[in-house]
Design a protein around this ligand. Sequence first.
Ligand code: NAD
Length: 260
Amino acid sequence: MSERRAALVTGSTSGIGLGVATALAKAGMDVTLNGLGDAAEIERIRAGLEQEAGVTVRYDGANLMQADACAGLIEAAIGAFGRLDVLVNNAGIQHVAPIEDFPVEKWNAILALNLSSSFHTIRAAMGHMKERKFGRIINVASAHAHVASPFKSAYVAAKHGLYGLTKTVALEGAQFNVRCNAICPGYVHTPLVENQIPDTMKARGMSRDQVIQDVLLAAQPTKEFVKVEDIAGLALFLTTPAANQINGAALNIDGGWTAQ
Ligand code: NAD
């Protein structure tokens, strides 16, 4: 039997990460899930996906705020499946506040998870991928890797940084058949977006509907949220042979937001 590909998706107990992990599993890859949350609910997701996709799905609850935990996550995934072909750095958090009130600990946490954790996972995976002459690294960045919004200093800084990291890794892996790209979504209605609505209401003195229409979807010309499945489809495409020459790219999937 030919070996199945093995994938790891960080922050895949919810939202975009879970959608990407589901698409990769359904395409026949063994998958490591990662993320925080209720243990029973995560086990339900893991077992359900394993059964539905007919692949092996494991879960690793590494908290990616710590460098050692990021490296440990990669080592355990390689140990479990004997290989790591696809690494999707997706875990991320948000905090919305004017910079003069932005809590320092929130800045540190967002930089640690949304930027540094990808450095640490890639650092731990790169040698293995280069040696095997195969690797597909996908960093889930954001339209905020290109443009800013007020009150999101840490998130915008981290996502711009993640695109820089993506380009650097793309160059380092280029001759080893290791590809690294960023996916840059506009607004997707996931818990991460839902959770920032109250803070944005407070920061801007707006109602919930005003925040959705006038802030979240204001810059998104389609006036529709991007779907988790749209992002999952793009991530899956980046693992196929048709995408072999896509390297160091930031693929916008934002309804035209950054075309403006
Ligand atoms: P989400 O809140 O639904 O999921 C975040 C995931 O990260 C969860 O699985 C959570 O458990 C995990 N996580 C949080 N802290 C963690 C930690 N310390 N260690 C390990 N895992 C941790 O969010 P989402 O909207 O699906 O966002 C996923 C990614 O997509 C993020 O990087 C986000 O910045 C990016 N993104 C989201 C949107 C959007 O509109 N939702 C837009 C652009 C980019």
